[in-house]
Design a protein around this ligand. Structure first.
Ligand SMILES: [Zn+2]
Length: 332
């Protein structure tokens, strides 16, 4: 992630509903093909902040997790196992890319692997798709465990996947995705040395027919800071940011909305370039003096809190609920 200074249920209602009762001829056989009113037990998504925090401790305990490292593979195996327990079917997306030659990448190439799982709508299999995303890799730095940067959002998206998988009804289809290679291989962020996984996924997905159903990308990054205050990102889609902000305030989490407006480069941009509405939920003020823990060995779990990790989950669910109502209007 990088910043630039600001330059500036009721389904398929039967067509018979509303028609006079006498419209069906007496003695007619019931049409077995008639649309049925589908009733789904209502189960609200329940995000467990304590469980997310435990997962974050485990993730950070794996140590530095840069692209191509055994520790990142350990993380993928953990995520796959947990997603399967949540009745999801995780998929891998592996590709190779040339990268700058550094002490970490002497061969000038790396193999990246994104991980994602689709949660199909239980209302309509062809429903709009909403992507809930994070990067799971950590930056190539000595002794950098990425508690907030990589760890927090990975734990939050995993818990969101569990919470939403157990919920009903779900008017949209979710794609939970853990990108590899968000971080630049070099110390500085210089295109195209960044967002390898999201650029690859956006490109591949855009070739599929389902891509036209992708209606929003909600990205989480740096969401565990003890002093959690989301940065209003100028690169996010304004209506989507407003919709989430309003829902977050309504849910009682308004204190976590910050005022420091920034223009942020992150995994949402490849989708924005394809005209998909995007939102980066990110707190880019990490540390007592502006962002001084970011991309340093100071990014450790003691700078983060369970309360923040719980709050970001509740805030995301509140925003997603409002987004669902906009994408699929109708009774719930
Ligand atoms: Zn980073």
């Amino acid at each position: 992630m990088q910043f630039h200074p600001i330059i500036s249920l009721v389904l398929a209602l039967s067509p018979l509903i509303g028609a006079p009762a006498c419209s069906q001829p007496q003695g007619a056989v019931q049409d077995s093909d008639a649309p049925k009113v589908k009733t789904l037990a209502k189960v609200a998504p329940k995000y467990d902040g304590a469980r997310a925090w435990k997962d974050m401790q485990h993730i950070v305990g794996l140590g530095p997790r840069p692209a191509g490292s055994p520790a990142l593979e350990q993380l993928r195996l953990f995520l796959e196992s947990e997603l399967r327990k949540a009745k999801l079917d995780p998929k891998r997306e592996t590709f190779e890319s040339t990268v700058p030659t550094t002490t970490f990448t002497p061969e000038g190439k790396l193999t990246f692997t994104n991980l994602y799982a689709d949660l199909i709508s239980d209302v309509d299999p062809k429903a709009p798709i909403v992507m809930v995303a994070t990067h799971m890799d950590t930056k190539f730095l000595q002794n950098f465990v990425g508690a907030n940067d990589g760890g927090s959002s990975t734990a939050a998206v995993l818990e969101l996947a569990r919470a939403l998988s157990a919920s009903s009804p779900r008017p949209v289809t979710y794609r939970f995705i853990f990108f590899d290679g968000e971080e630049a291989v070099r110390f500085t962020w210089l295109d195209p040395d960044n967002t390898y996984g999201s650029r690859h996924h956006a490109h591949e997905f855009s070739k599929k027919a389902d891509f036209e159903r992708l209606k929003a990308v909600i990205l989480l990054d740096l969401v565990g800071d003890k002093d959690l205050r989301l940065s209003p990102d100028q690169n996010s889609t304004p209506w989507l940011r407003k919709l989430f902000d309003k829902a977050i305030v309504k849910a009682g989490y308004g204190k976590h909305l910050g005022a420091q407006s920034q223009k942020l480069s992150d995994d949402h941009l490849p989708f924005k370039a394809l005209s998909i509405p995007v939102l980066d939920l990110i707190d880019f003020e990490y540390g007592p003096s502006f962002n001084n823990y970011w991309h340093t060995a100071e990014d450790t779990i003691d700078k983060c809190s369970e309360e923040s990790l719980n709050a970001i989950g509740q805030m995301t669910l509140a925003g997603l609920k409002a987004l669902n109502a906009r994408l699929v209007p109708g009774p719930r």
